[in-house]
Ligand binder design. Structure first.
Ligand code: ZN
Ligand code: ZN
Length: 265
Protein backbone atom coordinates (compact mmCIF):
# COMPACT_ATOMS: atom_id res chain seq x y z
CA UNK A 1 0.00 0.00 0.00
CA UNK A 2 1.52 3.42 -0.88
CA UNK A 3 2.23 5.63 2.10
CA UNK A 4 -0.11 8.61 2.42
CA UNK A 5 1.19 12.06 3.36
CA UNK A 6 1.77 12.60 7.06
CA UNK A 7 -0.71 15.38 7.83
CA UNK A 8 0.03 15.81 11.54
CA UNK A 9 3.67 16.56 12.38
CA UNK A 10 5.19 18.91 14.95
CA UNK A 11 8.52 20.70 14.69
CA UNK A 12 10.55 23.05 16.86
CA UNK A 13 7.76 25.59 16.39
CA UNK A 14 5.55 23.60 18.79
CA UNK A 15 6.05 24.29 22.49
CA UNK A 16 6.23 20.58 23.38
CA UNK A 17 8.67 19.55 20.64
CA UNK A 18 12.11 20.71 21.86
CA UNK A 19 13.86 18.17 19.62
CA UNK A 20 11.49 18.68 16.75
CA UNK A 21 13.20 19.84 13.55
CA UNK A 22 11.40 21.00 10.44
CA UNK A 23 14.25 20.51 7.98
CA UNK A 24 15.23 17.10 9.27
CA UNK A 25 11.59 16.01 9.25
CA UNK A 26 11.47 16.95 5.56
CA UNK A 27 14.65 14.93 4.95
CA UNK A 28 13.11 12.01 6.77
CA UNK A 29 9.90 12.23 4.71
CA UNK A 30 11.92 12.09 1.47
CA UNK A 31 14.04 9.22 2.80
CA UNK A 32 10.99 7.03 3.47
CA UNK A 33 9.17 8.01 0.29
CA UNK A 34 6.31 10.08 1.69
CA UNK A 35 4.47 12.15 -0.92
CA UNK A 36 4.10 15.06 1.48
CA UNK A 37 4.17 16.34 5.03
CA UNK A 38 2.09 18.88 6.95
CA UNK A 39 3.56 20.76 9.90
CA UNK A 40 0.60 21.26 12.19
CA UNK A 41 2.05 23.18 15.12
CA UNK A 42 0.26 23.53 18.42
CA UNK A 43 -1.88 26.62 18.77
CA UNK A 44 -2.74 26.17 22.46
CA UNK A 45 -4.01 28.80 24.82
CA UNK A 46 -4.68 26.75 27.94
CA UNK A 47 -1.51 26.85 30.02
CA UNK A 48 -1.04 23.47 31.63
CA UNK A 49 2.68 22.79 31.42
CA UNK A 50 5.74 24.77 32.49
CA UNK A 51 7.62 26.37 29.63
CA UNK A 52 4.61 26.41 27.37
CA UNK A 53 4.77 29.21 24.81
CA UNK A 54 2.33 30.60 22.30
CA UNK A 55 3.01 29.77 18.64
CA UNK A 56 5.11 32.36 16.79
CA UNK A 57 2.95 32.10 13.70
CA UNK A 58 4.92 34.66 11.66
CA UNK A 59 8.22 32.88 12.31
CA UNK A 60 6.58 29.57 11.50
CA UNK A 61 5.32 30.76 8.10
CA UNK A 62 8.86 31.95 7.22
CA UNK A 63 10.29 28.55 8.18
CA UNK A 64 7.74 26.79 5.95
CA UNK A 65 8.76 28.98 3.01
CA UNK A 66 12.46 28.24 3.63
CA UNK A 67 11.76 24.48 3.64
CA UNK A 68 9.65 24.68 0.49
CA UNK A 69 12.56 26.40 -1.29
CA UNK A 70 15.01 23.81 0.05
CA UNK A 71 12.99 20.61 -0.59
CA UNK A 72 11.47 21.06 -4.03
CA UNK A 73 10.70 17.32 -4.38
CA UNK A 74 8.45 17.21 -1.32
CA UNK A 75 4.98 18.64 -0.91
CA UNK A 76 5.18 20.69 2.29
CA UNK A 77 1.85 21.77 3.73
CA UNK A 78 1.37 24.42 6.37
CA UNK A 79 -1.01 23.93 9.25
CA UNK A 80 -1.90 24.29 12.90
CA UNK A 81 -3.41 22.05 15.55
CA UNK A 82 -5.94 24.23 17.34
CA UNK A 83 -6.34 23.24 20.99
CA UNK A 84 -9.90 23.84 22.30
CA UNK A 85 -10.58 26.49 19.61
CA UNK A 86 -14.17 26.99 20.79
CA UNK A 87 -12.81 28.31 24.10
CA UNK A 88 -10.61 30.80 22.25
CA UNK A 89 -12.42 32.15 19.19
CA UNK A 90 -10.49 35.46 19.04
CA UNK A 91 -7.07 33.82 19.31
CA UNK A 92 -8.12 31.22 16.74
CA UNK A 93 -9.16 33.92 14.30
CA UNK A 94 -5.84 35.74 14.74
CA UNK A 95 -3.70 32.66 14.17
CA UNK A 96 -5.64 31.74 11.03
CA UNK A 97 -5.45 35.31 9.72
CA UNK A 98 -1.64 35.38 9.91
CA UNK A 99 -1.17 33.50 6.64
CA UNK A 100 -2.52 30.69 4.49
CA UNK A 101 -2.75 27.28 6.14
CA UNK A 102 -3.31 24.07 4.21
CA UNK A 103 -4.43 21.92 7.14
CA UNK A 104 -6.28 23.03 10.28
CA UNK A 105 -6.79 20.39 12.94
CA UNK A 106 -9.29 20.70 15.77
CA UNK A 107 -8.15 19.00 18.97
CA UNK A 108 -9.30 18.58 22.51
CA UNK A 109 -6.50 18.04 25.00
CA UNK A 110 -8.05 19.61 28.08
CA UNK A 111 -11.39 19.45 29.85
CA UNK A 112 -12.90 21.04 32.92
CA UNK A 113 -13.30 18.69 35.86
CA UNK A 114 -14.86 20.51 38.79
CA UNK A 115 -12.84 23.72 39.14
CA UNK A 116 -9.77 22.22 37.45
CA UNK A 117 -8.70 22.35 33.83
CA UNK A 118 -7.08 19.00 33.23
CA UNK A 119 -5.11 17.68 30.25
CA UNK A 120 -6.17 14.14 29.36
CA UNK A 121 -2.56 13.02 29.85
CA UNK A 122 -3.17 13.75 33.53
CA UNK A 123 -6.42 11.80 33.88
CA UNK A 124 -4.44 8.82 35.13
CA UNK A 125 -3.31 10.79 38.18
CA UNK A 126 -6.93 10.86 39.33
CA UNK A 127 -8.64 8.02 41.21
CA UNK A 128 -9.64 4.96 39.15
CA UNK A 129 -13.36 5.53 39.72
CA UNK A 130 -13.08 8.99 38.14
CA UNK A 131 -11.59 7.71 34.87
CA UNK A 132 -14.82 6.90 33.00
CA UNK A 133 -16.36 10.24 33.99
CA UNK A 134 -13.26 12.09 32.77
CA UNK A 135 -13.42 10.25 29.45
CA UNK A 136 -17.11 11.12 29.08
CA UNK A 137 -16.29 14.74 29.75
CA UNK A 138 -13.58 14.54 27.09
CA UNK A 139 -16.13 13.32 24.54
CA UNK A 140 -18.66 15.93 25.64
CA UNK A 141 -16.08 18.67 25.06
CA UNK A 142 -15.15 17.18 21.69
CA UNK A 143 -18.80 17.27 20.63
CA UNK A 144 -19.01 20.92 21.72
CA UNK A 145 -15.96 21.74 19.58
CA UNK A 146 -17.35 19.89 16.55
CA UNK A 147 -20.72 21.62 16.93
CA UNK A 148 -19.08 25.04 17.24
CA UNK A 149 -18.47 27.23 14.21
CA UNK A 150 -14.69 27.22 14.67
CA UNK A 151 -12.99 26.81 11.30
CA UNK A 152 -11.07 23.54 11.26
CA UNK A 153 -11.47 20.75 8.72
CA UNK A 154 -9.94 17.75 10.48
CA UNK A 155 -10.95 16.17 13.77
CA UNK A 156 -7.66 15.07 15.35
CA UNK A 157 -7.08 12.08 17.68
CA UNK A 158 -10.75 11.56 18.54
CA UNK A 159 -10.04 9.28 21.51
CA UNK A 160 -6.84 10.92 22.74
CA UNK A 161 -7.30 9.88 26.42
CA UNK A 162 -6.83 6.27 25.26
CA UNK A 163 -3.12 7.07 24.90
CA UNK A 164 -2.88 7.66 28.61
CA UNK A 165 -5.33 5.06 29.92
CA UNK A 166 -3.88 3.57 33.14
CA UNK A 167 -2.34 0.10 32.72
CA UNK A 168 -3.80 -1.15 35.99
CA UNK A 169 -7.41 -0.68 34.90
CA UNK A 170 -9.29 -3.02 32.60
CA UNK A 171 -8.51 -2.05 29.01
CA UNK A 172 -10.15 0.96 27.42
CA UNK A 173 -13.07 -0.14 25.21
CA UNK A 174 -14.70 2.01 22.56
CA UNK A 175 -18.01 0.17 23.08
CA UNK A 176 -18.29 1.64 26.59
CA UNK A 177 -18.55 5.11 25.02
CA UNK A 178 -20.37 4.19 21.83
CA UNK A 179 -23.21 6.66 22.29
CA UNK A 180 -20.86 9.59 22.94
CA UNK A 181 -18.52 8.69 20.09
CA UNK A 182 -21.33 8.16 17.56
CA UNK A 183 -22.78 11.56 18.47
CA UNK A 184 -19.41 13.16 17.66
CA UNK A 185 -19.06 11.23 14.40
CA UNK A 186 -22.58 12.20 13.32
CA UNK A 187 -21.90 15.88 14.02
CA UNK A 188 -18.55 15.62 12.22
CA UNK A 189 -20.14 13.99 9.17
CA UNK A 190 -22.82 16.67 9.05
CA UNK A 191 -20.08 19.33 8.99
CA UNK A 192 -18.07 17.46 6.35
CA UNK A 193 -15.07 17.04 8.62
CA UNK A 194 -12.17 14.73 7.89
CA UNK A 195 -11.54 12.11 10.58
CA UNK A 196 -7.87 11.71 11.42
CA UNK A 197 -6.32 8.30 12.02
CA UNK A 198 -3.60 9.34 14.47
CA UNK A 199 -0.93 6.65 14.65
CA UNK A 200 0.59 8.06 17.88
CA UNK A 201 4.06 7.84 16.30
CA UNK A 202 3.75 4.09 15.97
CA UNK A 203 3.02 3.18 19.59
CA UNK A 204 1.37 -0.21 19.55
CA UNK A 205 -2.37 -0.25 20.23
CA UNK A 206 -2.60 3.54 20.23
CA UNK A 207 -4.13 4.18 16.82
CA UNK A 208 -6.61 6.96 17.57
CA UNK A 209 -9.26 6.06 16.69
CA UNK A 210 -8.94 2.33 16.07
CA UNK A 211 -10.83 -0.04 13.79
CA UNK A 212 -14.09 -0.10 15.77
CA UNK A 213 -14.56 3.68 15.57
CA UNK A 214 -13.29 3.90 11.98
CA UNK A 215 -15.98 1.38 11.06
CA UNK A 216 -18.61 3.48 12.82
CA UNK A 217 -17.34 6.47 10.79
CA UNK A 218 -17.81 4.48 7.59
CA UNK A 219 -21.29 3.25 8.65
CA UNK A 220 -22.65 6.71 9.36
CA UNK A 221 -21.40 8.02 6.01
CA UNK A 222 -18.11 9.68 7.00
CA UNK A 223 -16.43 10.80 3.78
CA UNK A 224 -12.72 11.00 4.40
CA UNK A 225 -9.84 9.92 6.60
CA UNK A 226 -6.41 11.53 6.93
CA UNK A 227 -3.27 10.04 8.43
CA UNK A 228 -1.17 11.75 11.07
CA UNK A 229 1.73 10.38 13.08
CA UNK A 230 1.72 13.24 15.61
CA UNK A 231 5.52 13.01 15.43
CA UNK A 232 7.32 15.44 17.72
CA UNK A 233 10.75 14.59 16.27
CA UNK A 234 12.04 13.67 12.81
CA UNK A 235 12.53 9.94 13.50
CA UNK A 236 8.83 9.52 14.17
CA UNK A 237 7.49 10.97 10.93
CA UNK A 238 4.94 8.46 9.52
CA UNK A 239 5.54 6.20 12.53
CA UNK A 240 2.95 3.43 12.53
CA UNK A 241 1.62 4.21 9.03
CA UNK A 242 2.06 0.60 7.89
CA UNK A 243 -0.51 -0.62 10.38
CA UNK A 244 -2.66 2.52 10.22
CA UNK A 245 -3.18 2.20 6.45
CA UNK A 246 -4.20 -1.45 6.85
CA UNK A 247 -6.72 -0.61 9.57
CA UNK A 248 -8.22 2.32 7.64
CA UNK A 249 -8.51 0.10 4.55
CA UNK A 250 -10.21 -2.59 6.64
CA UNK A 251 -12.78 0.00 7.70
CA UNK A 252 -13.64 0.57 4.02
CA UNK A 253 -11.67 3.68 3.00
CA UNK A 254 -9.51 3.75 -0.12
CA UNK A 255 -6.57 5.77 -1.40
CA UNK A 256 -7.16 8.07 -4.38
CA UNK A 257 -4.96 8.05 -7.49
CA UNK A 258 -3.36 11.34 -6.36
CA UNK A 259 -1.07 10.30 -3.48
CA UNK A 260 -1.64 13.67 -1.76
CA UNK A 261 -5.40 13.10 -1.58
CA UNK A 262 -7.24 11.93 1.50
CA UNK A 263 -8.57 8.40 1.65
CA UNK A 264 -12.27 8.28 0.90
CA UNK A 265 -15.18 5.87 1.17
ZN1 ZN B 1 -2.94 16.81 19.94
ZN1 ZN C 1 -0.34 16.92 17.67
Amino acid sequence: MPLPPDLHVHSEWSWDAPIGHMERSCERALEIGLPGIAFTEHADWVTIHNGQHVLDIAGYHEAIERCRAQFMNLRILSGVELGEPHWFPDQTRDVLAAGPLDRVLGSIHCVHIGDDTVDASQFRLRPADEQPGAIREYFRETLAMVESSEPFETLAHLDYPKRYWPDDLQPYREQDYEEEIRAILTAAQRRGLVLEANSTRGEEGKLSPGLTVLRWWYQIGGEAVSFGSDAHRPDNVAGGFGLATQVVAAAGFKPAPDPMSLWRR
